[in-house]
Design a protein around this ligand. Structure first.
Ligand code: GUN
Length: 293
C-alpha cells in the first residue's frame, strides 16, 4: 500500500509557483493577487480561507480577505463581487461556500467574472470543462487529478466509482475521470444517496473517490484488493486528543480499508492541501492571463 502524500506534493507545487512569482516580479510584472470572501463565522470555512490566504503569503502572492457577517444582504454581497470584478489589481477571487440560506448561491457564483473565477464554479467554466475547452477547473477535482498524475496511477479502462454528486467535487470529478485524455478514460459510476446496493458498485471499483461528507463511511468489506482510494471527506468531530477540541475525519475507515489498497490518501494530508495548491495554480494562470487571453 502506498500512502499518497498530498501535503508533500502541494508543497512542491507551491515551491515551484513561488519561484515563478519571483521571476515574474524580477521581470517587472505585477504580483499575482487573490481575494477571498467569507460570509459568517463557520469554523470550517474560516480555517479553509485562512489556509488559502496563508498559501498566498507563502508563494509571494498579494491577498485580500473580505469578511461579511452572516446577516449580510445578497445585494451587499453581490456589490462586493462586482467591485472585485472591476478591480484591475485582483487577478482572481473566491467566495467561500456554503453561504447563508437567505443568499442565492447560484446568483452570487454567476455574478463572478469567469476570467477571475479561480474556483471554477461559474457555469461558463463548468461548461468549458465539460467541453474540454481551456477553463479553471475547480480546485478539489483539479487537486485529485494532479495527485493521480504524480503517482502515475493508471486510469485508462479502469472502473472509477465517485460517491457524492456535489457541484464542488462529485459531479466535476465524474466528468474529469471519464474524459478522453491521458488522465481519464475511466468507466465512471456516480453513486449518491439514492443509489441502491452501493456496495455492489464499490466492490467492483478500481478507483473510488469518496466525497459525501460522512465520516468513516467506506468500510473494508466495500472494496476489493488493490483498489485506489481517494478520500475527500473532512468532517470535524469532537476530540479530547487535540488542542482545538476537534479532529478531521475522512469518509473512509482508514485503518481497515488501507491494507486492501494499492494507493490511498490520508485525512488530513491528502486531498485537502491539494485543493489549496490548485487554487494557487489557477490564480497564477489568471495573473498570467493564460486561460482567457
Ligand atoms: N467550500 C468547500 N470547498 C470549497 C472550495 O473549494 N471553494 C469555495 N469557494 N468554497 C468551498
Amino acid at each position: 500500500m502506498t500512502l499518497i502524500d498530498g501535503k508533500k506534493i502541494s508543497q512542491e507545487i507551491q515551491a515551484s509557483i513561488a519561484q515563478e512569482v519571483q521571476n515574474m516580479i524580477a521581470a517587472g510584472k505585477k504580483q499575482p493577487h487573490l481575494a477571498a470572501v467569507l460570509v459568517g463565522n463557520d469554523g470550517g470555512s474560516e480555517t479553509y480561507v485562512t489556509a488559502k490566504i496563508k498559501a498566498c503569503e507563502n508563494v509571494g502572492f498579494k491577498s485580500t480577505f473580505i469578511r461579511h457577517p452572516d446577516y449580510v444582504t445578497e445585494e451587499k454581497l453581490l456589490q462586493t463581487v462586482y467591485d472585485l470584478n472591476n478591480n484591475d489589481d485582483i487577478d482572481g477571487f473566491i467566495v467561500q461556500l456554503p453561504l447563508p440560506r437567505h443568499i442565492n448561491e447560484h446568483k452570487v457564483l454567476e455574478a463572478i467574472d469567469p476570467k477571475k473565477d479561480v474556483d471554477g464554479f461559474h457555469p461558463i467554466n463548468v461548461g468549458r470543462m465539460v467541453l474540454n475547452l481551456p477553463c479553471y477547473v475547480s480546485a478539489t477535482p483539479y487537486g485529485i487529478v494532479q495527485l493521480l498524475e504524480k503517482y502515475n496511477i493508471e486510469t485508462s479502462g479502469k472502473h472509477c466509482v465517485v460517491i457524492g454528486r456535489s457541484h464542488i467535487v462529485g459531479s466535476p470529478m465524474s466528468i474529469l475521470m471519464a474524459k478522453n485524455t491521458s488522465l481519464g478514460n475511466c468507466t465512471v459510476t456516480l453513486c449518491h444517496s439514492k443509489t441502491k446496493d452501493l456496495k455492489s458498485f464499490t466492490q467492483n471499483a478500481d478507483i473510488i473517490i469518496c466525497a459525501l461528507g460522512s465520516p468513516e463511511f467506506l468500510k473494508a468489506d466495500m472494496v476489493k484488493d488493490g483498489v485506489v482510494v481517494i478520500d475527500v471527506g473532512t468532517t470535524r468531530v469532537a476530540s479530547t486528543e487535540t488542542k482545538s477540541g476537534y479532529k478531521l475525519k475522512g469518509d473512509v475507515k482508514f485503518d481497515e480499508v488501507a491494507p486492501k489498497c494499492s494507493y490511498i490518501t490520508p485525512v488530513p494530508g491528502g486531498v485537502g492541501p491539494m485543493t489549496i495548491a490548485s487554487l494557487i495554480k489557477n490564480t497564477l494562470s489568471a495573473a498570467k492571463k493564460g486561460i482567457y487571453k
